[in-house]
Design a protein around this ligand. Structure first.
Ligand code: FE2
Length: 99
């Protein structure tokens, strides 16, 4: 596999596992319907991670700094704002893939 593609896939994997952990932490802190939704998103992100893993054949660690950053943002600006910011990051990653 092309080295650039390999690096890009690993980058995607890192984003997915980081988002998985982020949503998991939020889900555990939330209650009721919010907790259920966040847990579902967390599981979806983990599924995306495993999809990419099929191509890379590698385990990738989450970015602790990013998790910390978004948790801090969610504390200061609220959950919705932090999630929107994080999803924008994912959109950027998807655009990279379309290139
Ligand atoms: Fe994802």
């Amino acid at each position: 596999m092309d080295e650039y593609i390999k690096r890009t896939i690993i980058e995607f994997q890192k984003n997915e596992i980081t988002e998985h952990i982020f949503y998991d932490i939020l889900a555990k802190k939330a209650k009721g319907e919010n907790a259920k939704i966040l847990m579902k998103i967390s599981r979806d992100e983990l599924r995306h991670y495993h999809e990419w893993k099929k191509y890379s054949g590698k385990e990738v660690k989450p970015c602790k700094f990013t998790i910390f950053k978004y948790l801090l943002i969610s504390k200061i600006f609220g959950l919705t704002f932090a999630i929107k910011m994080m999803e924008k990051g994912e959109e950027k990653a998807e655009k990279e893939y379309e290139k």
